[in-house]
Ligand binder design. Structure first.
Ligand code: NAD
Ligand code: TYD
Length: 347
């Protein structure tokens, strides 16, 4: 568990979790339902896109309400919030993959911008008491050799994904300012852990290594990301739900800056696979060089700090994918295969 020193102050009852069948959303749902964080209902609203999988929360199916729907559907969102007397919205639903946003950006604007706005407007009209908008450090753009992003860093998104998230953040903050709507924005660094869809760096490399396939490293492999385990991210969200200040932005960082190539090599080493599987491929267009997040505000205001050591979390994650081959084989069926073929066979 992440550490938070402040006593919870906010009473939250019926919680709507959008994107709760995805990677991070499902980690939140499993913890919130499994540990009884809320006295009322947990309602999960998810469109079950290629990235959403009900199986991720199936163990808790009896203790939650699942709604298969799209956050762009205003009538359905309105009905959901009013029927279940939702007082809290935790908004994870999004298109989340940079490479996909380069190949097909329109759905990113639809879901991340229009979908967020629809959810926000219905939440405001129906008097939701707290709207927690889950965003990303990618809204700040890329860093050079030094420094890290604070909440005051200027927005400088470079990919269509990051731009769509930045647009959504601005609308949420505008609602807080204009209407006094009780919203909070969080900006987290790169997550890793179990149940991550195998298009992102860590699960993709694990699965390629397990299958003895080449591991496609973009560019020179020296790009840096700041990794955080979903357990730590979810712990931070719990602190913020309890005691975060409305209208504020909180950065959430893992404090684990790693070069991509070092992660790839660590995975190969752990699985006993040869380094010759690494293949340097053409770089991602507009590839951000480095992300690093300063979480000092969250630490000083709410006493949060991450507790999962990266090497331990990575080992645990690799072992999860080794044990859960049927899971990743199932989620990689169908539409994913088409995307994957387009993405990788052309390189
Ligand atoms: P994910 O792609 O694994 O899951 C997204 C979920 O949203 C899926 O369950 C999907 O079915 C659902 N969804 C997509 N479009 C929808 C729509 N129109 N209506 C309803 N549901 C829809 O994403 P993730 O990695 O779990 O990320 C969750 C959130 O966290 C996103 O908002 C993302 O921007 C943010 N975030 C992710 C990371 C990361 O490293 N993965 C880091 C920081 C922030
Ligand atoms: P990714 O997991 O897509 O997250 P993000 O782009 O949101 O940071 O990528 C993490 C890093 O890994 C990024 O620098 C791109 C790189 N990468 C590869 O080198 N090869 C790959 O196959 C993928 C998916 C990513």
């Amino acid at each position: 568990m992440s550490i938070h020193s402040k006593t919870p102050t906010r009473k939250l009852t019926n919680v709507l979790v959008t994107g709760g069948a995805g990677f991070i959303g499902s980690a939140f749902v499993r913890a919130a339902v499994g540990e009884h964080w809320f006295p009322g209902k947990v309602v999960v609203l998810d469109a079950l896109t290629y990235a959403g999988n009900f199986e991720n929360i199936a163990d808790f199916a009896d203790a939650l309400t699942f709604i298969h729907g799209d956050i762009c559907d205003a009538d359905m969102v309105e009905k959901t919030i009013s029927t279940h007397q939702i007082d809290t919205v935790v908004h994870f639903a999004a298109e989340s993959h940079v490479d996909r946003s380069i190949l097909g950006p329109m759905v990113f604007t639809r879901t991340n911008v229009l979908g967020t706005h629809t959810l926000l407007e219905m939440s405001r009209r129906l008097g939701v008491r707290l709207f927690l908008h889950i965003s990303t450090d990618e809204v700040y753009g890329s860093l050079g050799e030094e420094g890290s992003f604070t909440e005051l860093s200027p927005l400088n998104p470079t990919s269509p994904y990051a731009a769509s998230k930045a647009a959504a953040d601005l609308m949420v903050l505008a609602y807080a300012r204009t209407y006094g709507f009780p919203a909070i924005v969080t900006r987290c660094s790169n997550n890793y852990g179990p149940y991550q869809f195998p298009e992102k760096l860590i699960p993709l490399m694990i699965i390629h290594a397990l299958r003895g396939m080449e591991l496609p490293v973009y560019g020179d492999g020296m790009n840096i990301r700041d990794w955080i385990h979903t357990r730590d991210h979810v712990g931070a969200l719990r602190c913020i739900l309890s005691s975060g200040r409305e209208g504020e932005i909180y950065n959430i960082g893992g404090g684990n800056q790693r070069r991509n190539i070092d992660i790839v090599r660590a995975i190969l080493r752990y699985l006993g696979k040869p380094e010759s599987l690494v293949r340097f491929v053409s770089d991602r267009p507009g590839h951000d060089r480095r992300y690093a997040v300063d979480s000092a505000k969250l630490a000083s205001e709410l006493g949060w700090r991450p507790v999962v050591p990266f090497e331990e979390g990575l080992r645990e994650t690799i072992e999860w994918y080794v044990r859960n081959e049927p899971w990743w084989r199932r989620v990689m069926d169908g539409e994913y295969q088409e995307y994957y073929t387009r993405q990788y066979l052309k390189r």
